[in-house]
Design a protein around this ligand. Structure first.
Ligand SMILES: Cc1cc2nc3c(=O)[nH]c(=O)nc-3n(C[C@H](O)[C@H](O)[C@H](O)COP(=O)(O)O)c2cc1C
Length: 329
């Protein structure tokens, strides 16, 4: 059955958010076309975002992130309940959203906001944020006024028209979530995920100094325009020699990749992003490394995506003729 999470966007003591979420849940539970559950951010006391990699990389380091990701991943769609704080959404809600990416994308979402003017500004910003995450934001919404929908500004007593608006919002969220749940991912989406995982395996193999693991990720005829001379490194053995040099240079090595943007065709794919090698030198000195631009090009060979070309570069300072190595993405 389609599962819809009703997310409470505020956590402060004395919040009204739980009253609003309870109202949404109570109305939703009468329907029977989906299973509804309240998600309370108080049950997920996330620190200010502390993941080293952006959520798009999907490689969460902390237990609290994995628990949060597992919770969000269980749902096919969401109703987000948000108050308006200083013309925006609460920081705690923004932080919780920022922690994840794939767990949100392509899922339906509807908004129930509240505030002096129905929390309209918060709802608008939340919609823009969810659209950025490629969520399917439905048009119907519910806006509750602190003046007219809360008795003594304290106890929720929504007008009848809000019940109708909520039903319409739920109709849309449930329909869209059910559609999304039953749709099979397109070949492009599957291939994009494979490309991301492939880069994840490159990262893992580098961190483990696993040359044989790396060998499996490139084509035998790979042409690498790596950062160091000569102009090109042709063939898998030349490429692995480069990695072997890196592994000698670093005692412990780590590799980060940010902002991967795969573009996938039937037999050819590419992705660009920013990469940084860092670690400790053999004498134990930490080496912070530098951010470089990196492009990976793939071909599908016998049904398997392999890196056939990579390009690593830093911008050039034209006047001095030197590479610029202190830029950050
Ligand atoms: C920090 C803060 C800022 C607020 N700013 C706004 C605002 O810009 N517009 C508005 O309509 N209400 C504003 N309010 C009032 C809240 O919308 C109202 O207190 C609401 O109940 C808060 O949600 P909560 O009780 O779930 O925390 C603000 C409240 C707080 C705590």
């Amino acid at each position: 059955m389609t599962r819809i999470g009703i997310l409470i966007g505020s956590t402060r003591p004395g919040r009204k958010g739980d009253q609003v979420a309870r109202w949404v849940h109570e109305r939703a539970a009468r329907r029977g076309d989906a299973a509804f559950e309240v998600i309370d951010l108080r049950d997920h006391p996330l620190p200010h975002l502390d993941e080293p990699l952006p959520a798009r990389a999907g490689r969460y380091q902390h237990e609290h992130t994995r628990t949060w990701a597992d919770t969000v991943a269980r749902f096919d769609g969401f109703v987000m309940v948000t108050p308006e704080y200083n013309a925006s959404i609460p920081g705690v809600l923004k932080n919780a959203i920022d922690y994840l990416y794939a767990e949100w994308t392509h899922k339906a979402v509807g908004f129930v906001s509240y505030g002096a003017d129905g929390g309209a500004r918060a709802a608008r910003q939340l919609r823009a944020l969810c659209e950025l995450l490629q969520m399917g934001a439905v048009t119907p919404r519910v806006s509750l006024s602190l003046h007219t929908d809360f008795e003594d500004h304290a106890t929720l007593r929504p007008g009848a028209h809000h019940v109708n608006a909520l039903e319409t919002l739920l109709d849309h969220v449930v329909a869209r979530s059910t559609e999304g749940r039953t749709a099979t991912p397109t070949q492009r989406e599957t291939d994009e995920a494979v490309i991301r995982r492939h880069i994840g395996e490159v990262i893992d193999a580098i961190r483990a100094k696993d040359l044989e693991g790396l060998r499996r990720l490139y084509s035998t005829d790979v042409v690498s325009f790596d950062i160091d001379p000569p102009l090109q490194h042709v063939g898998i053995d030349a490429k692995l020699k480069n990695w072997a040099n890196v592994f000698t240079f670093f005692q412990e090595v780590t590799y980060e990749v940010r902002d991967l943007m795969p573009t996938v065709g039937e037999e050819v794919a590419f992705t660009h992003g920013f990469g940084r090698l860092s670690g400790t030198l053999p004498d134990g000195t930490p080496a912070g490394g530098m951010w470089v631009r990196v492009t990976f090009c793939f071909r599908k060979i016998d049904g398997e995506w392999l890196i056939t070309h990579d390009q690593v570069s830093v911008p050039l300072d034209i006047l001095s003729g030197k590479g610029v190595v202190d830029l950050e993405p």
